[in-house]
Design a protein around this ligand. Structure first.
Ligand SMILES: Cc1ncc(C[n+]2csc(CCO)c2C)c(N)n1
Length: 248
């Protein structure tokens, strides 16, 4: 069938994002979700996460993850500062400022307390050197944000929020045994919380608002940001499983 013979396709009917982290159909975030389907499926099925869910993940692998995640968070919160800097309206500026304060002063303290349960001291966390994947991920993201618009900031930080929300809620829904491990259950509870889900939903909706009316060239750039940080999310799991530090 030639192109001209094809019936006009009605645009997908718009449906709002639900509160389970699913984008509305016909929205830019539906396109984004589609473009990383294989990458996110790879994350869900990576041995780091399958073993974390079953409780068989070794503590040294999880400790490596916790230490790298702390280094990651130190740079990730700067994306919220960039969000506040690049936003044009007070509401969005305020929301990013709140996120920065909450993550930096509350969540990172929770991270330090949680790490102590694995025998990781505060000094050890503070002196952790970023491994190659952590460094590449955070520096890519900060560069994309610094060079770009608020759309670039949000597209780059979104996989972190959205994929973790999906990982947390799917784990508890499909593998409730993940809540049995005395130490790992806290991790699943955190990422399956309503609070975390609504944060991810807010980011998804902001991405859709920012994408509205943009030319395809810009949408393609935002999609590339989103796909790249999604690939880094996969690599982060893989790095932690292999405990991949510098070789030399
Ligand atoms: C590699 C990596 N990617 C995503 C997250 C999840 N995460 C980190 S900060 C933040 C927002 C504020 O809570 C979220 C969702 C993580 N911890 N580590």
């Amino acid at each position: 069938m030639t192109k001209i013979d094809q019936p006009n396709q009605a645009p997908a009917a718009w449906t709002p994002a639900d509160n389970k982290g699913n984008p509305g159909q016909g929205k830019f975030t539906a396109r984004l979700h589609q473009s990383v389907q294989a990458v996110w499926a790879g994350c869900h099925e990576h041995p780091f996460l399958t073993e974390l869910r079953s409780g068989s993940l070794s503590l040294d692998r999880f400790a490596f993850y916790m230490k790298q995640d702390y280094v990651f968070l130190k740079d990730y919160v700067k994306m919220f500062a960039l969000g506040s800097l690049k936003a044009w309206d007070l509401e969005t500026m305020g929301k990013f400022a709140d996120l920065l304060q909450q993550t930096l002063n509350v969540e990172m303290e929770l991270h330090r307390q949680y790490a102590e349960k694995f025998g990781i001291t505060r000094d050890e966390l503070e002196s952790t050197e970023p491994a190659p994947v952590t460094l590449a991920y955070t520096k890519y993201m900060l560069d994309a944000g610094a060079q770009g618009t608020l759309g670039d900031v949000v597209a780059s930080l979104l996989p972190c929020m959205w994929s973790y929300s999906e990982i947390g809620s799917e784990a508890v829904r499909l593998h409730p045994e993940c809540l049995k491990h005395e130490l790992y259950r806290e991790w699943f509870m955190m990422y399956n919380s309503d609070e975390f889900r609504s944060l991810a939903d807010w980011c998804v909706q902001l991405m859709d608002q920012l994408a509205e009316g943009l030319p395809e060239r810009e949408l393609a750039r935002l999609e590339e940001r989103f796909v790249t940080t999604s690939r880094f999310e996969y690599m982060f799991w893989d790095m932690a499983y292999r405990k991949a530090a510098w070789d030399i």
